[in-house]
Write a protein of this length. Structure first.
Length: 255
């Protein structure tokens, strides 16, 4: 049986991480039927609330199935992403899968079930996309939706990664092989950005390694989030636009 690593970066998610982990564990039998043994890794990025304590209780509720990975210093989303990939490479092997999603309960693990067949059919990375025909977004302001659509057009024009419409959603599934290949090429520079721009950065660097991408529709439920948002919208937009241009410029230099 192959391993399915569910990686959940957490920063001040004391209200959201527990219901999210329960959702993962409710799908345990279905993953097992598809040939995957589930392990959930909660990456606590030096939270200042009781997130760590909540995760520790979950490790007692689900011994050997839920694990705490703790950062003593805050490293940002990019640092949590690198930790997730490092753990995956250290503990995984060929044919294993890493699913990474936000730890704020806005992503439902059930969509992983539609990702696995695409990975088994040859995709290297499958994205839960907000821009497929059947996708829905609930609980997000009109202003943020406008910014998201504008960013999508910009990234598509500038980066133009085949089969990708959603460059920034953190809900993705990766094969062991593509992460191993990308780490061999980029080393510790695989994820350099600390902010939310790290998701676009990783996607683009995987494309440079020849990754094949697929997308599945999903429903983003921001109305399920009980805690406060950590995203500073305008700052995030600015850094993401700069990051995309930097990545494209660097690609030209390497070509």
């Amino acid at each position: 049986m192959h391993k399915l690593f569910a990686m959940l970066p957490c920063y001040n998610e004391e209200k959201d991480i527990e219901p999210l982990v329960h959702k993962w564990m409710e799908l345990d039998d279905e993953f097992s039927q598809q040939g995957y043994a589930l392990s959930v890794y909660c990456i606590n990025d030096c939270s200042t609330d009781s997130t760590k304590d909540v995760i520790l209780k979950l490790t007692q509720t689900y011994p050997e199935r839920v694990r705490l990975v703790n950062h003593e210093v805050n490293r940002g989303l990019g640092g949590a992403l690198m930790t997730a990939l490092r753990v995956f490479l250290e503990q995984g092997s060929d044919k294993d899968i890493c699913v990474l999603m936000d730890g704020d309960n806005t992503h439902d693990p059930v969509y992983t079930l539609s990702m696995l067949p695409k990975l088994e059919s040859g995709a290297d990375c499958v994205i839960a996309s907000r821009y497929c025909g059947e996708s829905k977004t609930k609980g997000v302001s009109a202003f943020r939706l406008f910014l998201s659509w504008g960013a999508r057009a910009y990234y598509s024009l500038l980066l133009h990664v085949k089969n990708v419409k959603d460059y920034t959603c953190g809900y993705r599934a990766y094969t062991f092989g593509i992460i191993e290949k990308a780490r061999a090429r980029f080393g510790e520079d695989l994820v350099e950005r600390r902010s939310f721009a790290c998701m676009m950065e990783l996607l683009y660097k995987l494309s440079l390694c020849g990754a094949r991408f697929e997308e599945v529709p999903f429903e983003l439920r921001y109305d399920h989030k009980a805690g406060e948002s950590k995203m500073r919208i305008l700052k995030t937009v600015r850094e993401s636009l700069i990051t995309a241009a930097h990545l494209r410029f660097r690609t030209k230099k390497r070509a």
